[in-house]
Every structure is written in structure tokens, then in C-alpha cells.
Design a protein around this ligand. Sequence first.
Ligand code: TEU
Ligand code: CA
Length: 594
Amino acid sequence: MAPTGVDKHRWWKDAVVYQVYPASFLDTNGDGWGDVPGITAKLDYLKDLGVDIIWVSPIYKSPQIDMGYDISDYKDIDPAYGSLEDVDELIKELKKRDMKLMMDLVVNHTSDQHSWFLESRSSKDNPKRDWYIWKPAKYDADGNREPPNNWAMILGEANSAWTWDEKTQEYYLSLFTSEQPDLNWENPELRAAVHDVMRFWLERGCSGFRMDVINLISKVQDFPDAEVTVKSHKYQPGDKYYANGPRLHEFLKEINKKVLSQYDTITVGEMPFVRDEDEIIRIVGSEEQELNMIFSFDIVDIDNAPGDFKLALHPWDARDLRRIVTRLQRLMIDRDGWNSLFVENHDQPRSVSRFCDDSDEWRDTGAKLLCLMQTTLGGTVYVYQGEELGMRNIPPEWDPREYKDVETINYWKKMNAKHPNDKEKLNEARKIMQKKARDNARTPMQWSAEPNAGFCNLAGERGPWMRVIDDYKTVNAAAQVYNIVVGQMSVWQFWQRALRHRKQHKDVFVYGDFAPVGDESPSVFAYKRWSEHEAFVSVLNFSGEEIEWDIPADVGVERWVAGNYTADEDVDKPKEGKLTLGPWEGLLGQCRVG
Ligand code: TEU
Ligand code: CA
């Protein structure tokens, strides 16, 4: 613990961040593609919800192979999204409302259309050759050409992570897709070029960065083969050799020293594959001068199959949630780090469909249960667009052709190649897509009951780039923000109230202490949060069953101040003894202090 008396409050700790997935947010010119003016148009909506900062997924020039995570020019905006002037306007309008902008910094790789890569691949002696990771082929005993090692591609359904370049007769590393070559961070000129990109955006008025897979930038330099962990595959997960590699901390400290320390920024590093506590604290520890916080994948990996397979199904229950949340909450408190809180983003299915029940009967309750959890844990809250409405996954009936994500398309192709005409296997694959594909969170935002959910203007020739979920007539922002029914609260209004309450009691919810409460239960996850002056308890039933829960005597509930079954701020429930919780019911209680 840091010495007492040190002020731990920071604007980026108690701020609420809202992630905009720009292609699906709001289309203002009728081309079916969301745009920057669409974001600017909705700032009042976000401000009303309680948002302080927006993080916009990549809007830079891009061939859109991976929805902008393949950047071909870091200093320009893709015409589909608008122009640099539109971004200046967005920043101006944000500032007027005392809000901030975070850009998505994708610098583990670029697009294969970036001028750096075009130069790099033009010849072996090009000055930028070394800005990417090039290696000669290997040959097997029969003289067949093989990639330099056995690493598998992340979005390419277990193909090789290396792509062959005919012209210069070498392989380049491309961990995500062939169109996303990995940058070589060993090269100091490349690092300086990245620093320059960061300064460009900070000078323009952005306030920080979400850093895409930033823990993959340092690779073990002899590029060893990965252990064979997936026997059925030729290529193997190589994360041991590229996640949190040997020079990661050096590179992050350099970014901090040369760029971030000159500005007042918020930084969050997206970090898949990291579980080690020392490693996490080395990045987010308050004395470390690296990043403010990271996105840990523990909660969103909860239903991965053993071996970390995401496109698979795996059972979980409230005990897993309790173990994961407790570990991260305690780690940050005990070792002076900082958490980010998220259950949804553009790479994950919708949280209400995944963790609760998205049927018409329980969708509203489930979305509020998750809100109750997100707004009462310690750390910086991230809300993903549509989460505040309880938007659902794609319905099971949709044809696989409605899925647009490169990862899903590769998966579906692979499954069809592997099991041609095997109805059962292909149905299983479709089920997995419907439950886990990234597309689930990428459908257009549901603004209203108007055609195309109000996402795109009817005057346009083309419809939305991705199909709108059919339930938009009932699940939409207009209905939830303006349809005020006395005694009822929409998911949106519940979020609004919860965020306000969180800020009013930030010493507890943002900065306070944490302990799980009661016995481990497969259904109920309960925890206490407290400061010197106040204490609260959250009791969350993560099951579709009615449950009796014994309130531990020392919790000391004085009043149930919120719950997802009622709009009341004084919920009539027992304060000691046995508490009956309905399906997906969550309660927040104010407790005696000490
Ligand atoms: O994601 C990185 C990542 O490793 C995962 O979230 C991955 O996309 C997921 O497990 C696959 O199902 C980031 C971006 O958020 C993602 O959209 C990009 O595709 C990826 O990096 C490459 O830039
Ligand atoms: Ca548009």
C-alpha cells in the first residue's frame, strides 16, 4: 500500500468511458456507414447518460479488412468516416461539454497497404525493410517451403502467422491476418515514428489512447517454435513468445517518458493472454510510469473452452465470477494498481445474452443486473455502445452470410471445409457464432423505432453495412430515454441513475475497499465496498432460479437502496436473515460503517 495521505484521486479513475464503434454508431450521410459527424450528433445523449470520455474504435484510413484495425495512414481519417476537420469539430464539441476523446492506437501492426509496409516489401534493402518482421523460409526434408516457425494466426483460424512474399522471397509476421503485418519494435526509427503519431493526436486535442494489443509489441527474438498444445492443428498458439515479451516494459516506459509524460492523458492497454499478477502490476502500478490501466480478459474469457478457445462454448457460474473479480479487485487495492471494468466491447458478444438471459422476459432485468455489478466495482467504468440499452446478440435464425467479421468468416469457411455437408457439425458452428462471434456487438446502434432503427438515413441508396437486429422496434434508445412511465425504469435510465450514484459515492465505488461476502455460491455473487465513511453491499443473482441467500450477520444492511426489480430507492426486502432473490435479481444495500 502506498503511504497514507497521498491523494489517489485522478480524473481518469472516476471518469466513465463510453466506447463508440463508429461504423455502427450513427450514419449521417446515408451511405449506410456510421461516421464522425454521427458521433458529434450524439454527444448530448452521452453526456446525459453520464459519460465523460469517449473512446472511438479506429477511424483512420484503412482498407477495412479488420474494421479499421488495419491502418493504412495514422494521420488521416478514412473518407467513410469523414475528415480530420470532422474530428476537430468533434473535439471542439466534446470540450464544450467538458468531455474528452480517446483514440484507438493500433501499433502492433499496420495494414499491408500502409506506405511503410509498401516500402518495406519493395526490396530487401529498402530502408524500411526492418520496420516489419521478415524471415527466410525453412525447408522440410522433402524440400517443401515452411514458415519460420509454427505460430498460428489469431484471426485466421489456425493458419500460419507468417505470410509469404513472392517478390522478395521471404515471410513476414502477421499475427492477426495476412493484411496486418506486425511492426518491428526492435527498430528505434519505427518506435520514433509511433511516438510521432501519438504526438500528432495529442496535439490535435485527444486526451489519450486505448492501445490495441499493446502487450504483443515485443517478440522473443529467436522466434522459437511454440509447444504443441493443440494436437489436431499444425500451427500452435505462440503467445508465450509474443505476449509480454522481453522488451515490453522498456518500450512502454519509453512511450511514457518521450510522449505521455508531456501531456495529461488516460491510457488503457488491451492485453490478452496476461494473467500473471507481477506482470500486471509492472504495467499499472502507480509508480511504474507505464500505463494507467489495462483491459484484462479474465471475465470475457470465462466461457472459453480449455486451451483458450474463444469460438467454443463452456459452462461457468457465479463462483467463477467471484474468483475472477475478487482477484483483480484485491490485486489493485493491495498493490496500488488500477482496474478497468468492462463486460462488453466490439470483440465480444453482448453481455446480457452471454452472462444473463436475453429472452423478452428477462433481458431488461439481466442488463440491469450487469449494470449494478459494473457500477459498484472499483476501477474505471467502460460502457460499450448499446450496452446501456441492453442490446442483444444476433438472433439464431440469421443466415451466416449476415456475419461480416473476418474472424467469423474465416471460422465459417474452415468449418465448411472441414465438415462438408455434416449438418450437425455445421449447426453447432452456427450456434457458436450466434453465441460468441464478434459480430454480435457490431450490429447498428438501435436509436429508434424508425426504419433501420434510426441508424441510417432512408434517403441513402444503400442500407446499413450490417443488418439491424430485428427487435429494434422495442429495444431502442428513444423508447428508453423518453418513455417515462411512473414507477418504471428502462435499462438506460437504470444506467443513468447508477452512474450518478457511483459518482456521488466515488470514495466507496471508485476508490474504496472490496471484499466478497457470504459463502461461495453457484448463483449468487455478493460483495461489500466501503470507505472510511460509507459502506455498500451488492448481492447479485447470476441465475434464472429463485434463490434464498443468508445475509451474513456482519454485513449490517441498513437499507436496500436499489434493485433491478423496481425503480424505488427504498427496496422492501429483509435486512437480516434470509433474503429471497428472484431470477437475475440484484440488490444494492447501504450498510453500517465498521
Ligand atoms: O483485439 C485483440 C485480441 O487479441 C482479441 O480481442 C481478439 O480480437 C479476439 O480474441 C478474437 O476473437 C484487438 C482488437 O480489439 C480487435 O478488434 C482486432 O481485430 C485485433 O486487436 C487486431 O488489431
Ligand atoms: Ca456515413
